[in-house]
Design a protein around this ligand. Structure first.
Ligand code: EPZ
Length: 420
């Protein structure tokens, strides 16, 4: 397993380009299965999760070509309606092939994705959406087996215990686009990734109103065509590098980053003492003085994203004062705390709230990545720690950050990969 080594203490400065969004492109790739026509999806990041999706397509009998940032889905029908445990268990997001396969072929069998280190991650809302549209769903041998002779539009309230669900909204939308009549999804997720999925579906010929709002109306169409589409920039990657500029006291220009996708983070970075300027094709972030403590509660969009909670915690470890971070989306998403404390941070956890007492310095240490965003948090901590931080299990990072060490090195960080 590869390791990442970070020598702390370098101030980052320069420009780096934000890649296409992982969490937008995965459902968009799945949506391409709604048509037998060829689709061309652009600005796709080079990530393990994308190559896992390509493997799922191949296992379903659909030809794909992945070259540079262009993912081309070849013409043709699926020859297999089953996504196996071997593939789905490596990437939870693969459950989004369920809706499109069911909608197009009337049957689908997809491995139950199970939990992961950030929490239980149920899929009851996905199943609720599909059942409301007329699907008959059973769980058999660890698989979701869905069948539908006819899918029919209806009103669906999709809010859950923790608010709206991004991928349940995506799955329900992708099933509704080919259903008979009108579907109204209430408490739909408003994340830009869902809006982008709607953009792609509309480019395929879907009739959708209210994309990016809590009420989405879909009028079913008979068939969809392949489309040529470019994915939005990755707001979580952008947010991670905004925090990198802040934590090192440097100045970064993030090409392609969009202010409107990161309003909650930017608000907190300014409160913490940072400057964030919107430029023509990106965002510039820097800090001159000390980092002030800020309190954060993660929420659904446009609230503070859970996918930036761990990174923001790294920033809080070296701030003036005490910060309070409450996790309202995945209450157990705190495995990074013990690793940050190994680096000299002072964090205690009370239920789903972390209390972080700022320290003067972190010190480099061997640490272990536990999930994608926690890994990024450890890299950020390593950038300011005294000495060397060795992060193991970085396959988590490779699932979601395109060329992270190259991008950071290009703006002055001392970070490299050790192959093992
Ligand atoms: C998406 O996951 C993202 N993944 C996650 O990013 C992100 O953390 C999450 O949305 C929240 O923003 C992708 O887009 C591929 P949810 P998703 O359903 O859709 C509960 C990353 O690091 N829930 O919006 O699976 C759930 O337990 C990843 O890039 C149900 O109760 O998350 C959570 O508390 C990690 N029942 C809340 O809803 C369900 O059926 C929101 O989760 C589904 C979800």
């Amino acid at each position: 397993m590869d390791k990442l080594v970070v020598e702390g203490g370098k101030t980052l400065s320069g420009s780096l380009r934000i890649s296409g969004s992982k969490n937008a492109c995965l459902p968009i790739l799945a949506a391409s299965l709604l048509s037998e026509g060829s689709s061309c999806i652009r600005n796709v990041p080079e990530l393990k999760d994308v190559s896992t999706m390509a493997s799922i397509f191949s296992s379903l009998g659909r030809k794909v070509d992945l070259s540079g940032d262009v993912f081309t889905v070849g013409e043709g029908e699926l020859t297999n309606m089953m996504a196996s445990y071997e593939l789905v268990s490596t990437m939870r997001a693969s459950v989004v092939v369920l809706g499109p396969i069911l909608a197009k072929y009337g049957e689908a069998k997809v491995s139950f994705p199970g939990g992961c280190v950030i929490g239980a991650r149920p899929i009851d809302l996905h199943l609720k959406g599909l059942r409301a549209l007329g699907a008959d769903i059973k769980i058999e041998g660890g698989y979701i087996v869905a069948k539908a002779k006819k899918l029919k539009g209806t009103k669906i309230y999709l809010g859950g215990h923790f608010g709206s669900s991004v991928l349940a909204t995506a799955n329900t939308l992708m099933t509704a686009v080919l259903a008979d009549g009108e579907t109204v999804i209430e408490d739909a997720a408003c994340e830009p990734e869902v809006e982008d999925l709607c953009g792609f579906l509309m480019a395929m010929g879907a009739d959708i109103k209210g994309a990016g709002t809590p009420t989405v109306r879909v009028r079913g169409v008979k068939e969809l065509r392949g489309a040529d589409y470019s994915v939005i920039p990755d707001r979580i990657e952008a947010g991670t590098y905004m925090i990198a500029a802040m934590i090192t006291g440097g100045k970064l220009f993030l090409e392609n980053a969009r202010v409107e996708h990161n309003l909650a983070l930017i608000d907190k970075l300014k409160e913490a003492g940072g400057t964030v300027d919107e430029k023509e094709n990106g965002v510039e972030v820097y800090r001159k003085g000390a980092i002030h403590a800020v309190d954060i509660t993660t929420l659904t969009y446009p609230g503070f994203s859970t996918d930036l909670q761990a990174q923001m915690m790294s920033l809080s470890t070296i701030c003036d004062g005490i910060s309070v971070i409450t996790e309202k989306i995945f209450p157990d998403r705190f495995i990074h705390i013990s690793e940050l404390n190994r680096m000299g941070a002072e964090i205690i956890l009370e239920g789903s709230t972390a209390i972080i007492k700022g320290v003067k310095k972190l010190s480099g240490a061997p640490v272990m990545a536990s999930d994608l965003r926690a890994s990024a948090a450890l890299v950020l901590a390593g950038l300011v720690a005294d000495g060397r931080t060795e992060i193991s299990r970085i396959y988590h990072l490779d699932r979601g950050y395109e060329h992270l060490e190259d991008k950071l090195s290009a703006v002055g960080a001392k970070v490299w990969r050790v192959k093992e």
